[in-house]
Design a protein around this ligand. Structure first.
Ligand code: ADP
Ligand code: MG
Length: 230
C-alpha cells in the first residue's frame, strides 16, 4: 500500500543570479513495509530530496501526498511531529541532555497516542537498540558515535511514526555497527511495516534494501538488482 507519493517535484537553488535545478520533475511512490535505499553521487540532491520528504523544505513545483493527503492539507508542523522521523547523518541530538531526555523530548511533542509511562517506554526502546539504562542516563557527549546513532534511531521510533527517513545514517560507523543498524532498518520495514527510506553512498547498505533507487539528473531511477555484480 502506498504511503508517500511524490508527483512532479522540482526544486532548485539560486546560485548567484542563476537557478540551478537539483530535482527535476521527479515522481515516485513509496510503499509501506518496504526498505528503500537512495544512492547517488555527492551533490546529486539526496539530502535535498529527504528534506522535502521530511517537510523541512517545500517543493517549488509538484506535490507530496502522505497517505493520500497533501502535506499542505496535513500541515507541515503536524506532519513533522506525527507522521515521520528523520535520522540525520550527524545525529542532531542535544549533546548536553541524556539519551533518555532526547527520546522523551519528542514523545512530549507528538500528538500520537503513546503508552502512559513514557519514561519506561523510552528506556525499553533504548534498551532494544543496545543502550542499557546506565548509558541512557549519560549525556550524549559521553557516548560513542555508534551509541549516539542508536539513540537517534530510538528517538526516531519513539513517536510511533509510519515513515522513517535517514540521511547516510551509517556514514560515520564501523562496518560491524553499520551492519547492525541496517538490520534494524530491515526489521522495521519487514516486521513493523514501516516505510524506511535510507540515503546512502554504500553499495553494501543498498544491497540490504528491498528497492534500490538512484538519483540521476534530478530523478529517481529504480536500479534494483543491478548492484549484485559490484
Ligand atoms: N541551501 C543551499 N543553497 C544553495 N545550494 C545548495 C543548498 N543546499 C544544497 N545545495 C546544493 O545543491 C546540490 C545538492 O545538494 P545535496 O542535496 O546536499 O546533495 P547530496 O546530499 O546528494 O550530496 C549541491 O550542489 C549543493 O551544493
Ligand atoms: Mg547529503
Amino acid at each position: 500500500m502506498s504511503i508517500l507519493e511524490l508527483k512532479n517535484i522540482t526544486y532548485g537553488y539560486i546560485d548567484g543570479n542563476k537557478k540551478r535545478t537539483i530535482l527535476d520533475d521527479l515522481s515516485y511512490t513509496f510503499e509501506k513495509g518496504k526498505f528503500y535505499s537512495i544512492l547517488g553521487p555527492s551533490g546529486s540532491g539526496k539530502t535535498t530530496l529527504l528534506s522535502l520528504m521530511g517537510a523541512l523544505e517545500k517543493a517549488q513545483e509538484g506535490r507530496i501526498r502522505f497517505e493520500g493527503q497533501s502535506l499542505d492539507e496535513i500541515g507541515y508542523v503536524k506532519y513533522r511531529r506525527n507522521h515521520q522521523s528523520i535520522v540525520f547523518q550527524q545525529f542532531n541530538l542535544i549533546p548536553y541532555l541524556s539519551g533518555l531526555e532526547n527520546v522523551l523530548n519528542v514523545m512530549h511533542i507528538t500528538d500520537n497516542e503513546l503508552p502512559q509511562d513514557k519514561q519506561k517506554t523510552a528506556l525499553n526502546l533504548l534498551n532494544t537498540f543496545g543502550i542499557v539504562e546506565s548509558k541512557a542516563r549519560r549525556s550524549i557527549s559521553q557516548l560513542s558515535g555508534g551509541e549516539q546513532q542508536r539513540v537517534a534511531i530510538a528517538r526516531a521510533l519513539a513517536t510511533n511514526v509510519e515513515l522513517i527517513l535517514a540521511d547516510e545514517p551509517t556514514g560515520n560507523l564501523d562496518t560491524a555497527t553499520q551492519k547492525e543498524i541496517v538490520a534494524i532498518f530491515r526489521k522495521l520495514a519487514s516486521d513493523y511495516k514501516r516505510c524506511v527510506i535510507v540515503v546512502t553512498h554504500s553499495d553494501e547498505v543498498a544491497k540490504m534494501s528491498d528497492t534500490q533507487l538512484k538519483l540521476v539528473d534530478g530523478k529517481l531511477v529504480d536500479i534494483t538488482g543491478s548492484l549484485s555484480h559490484v
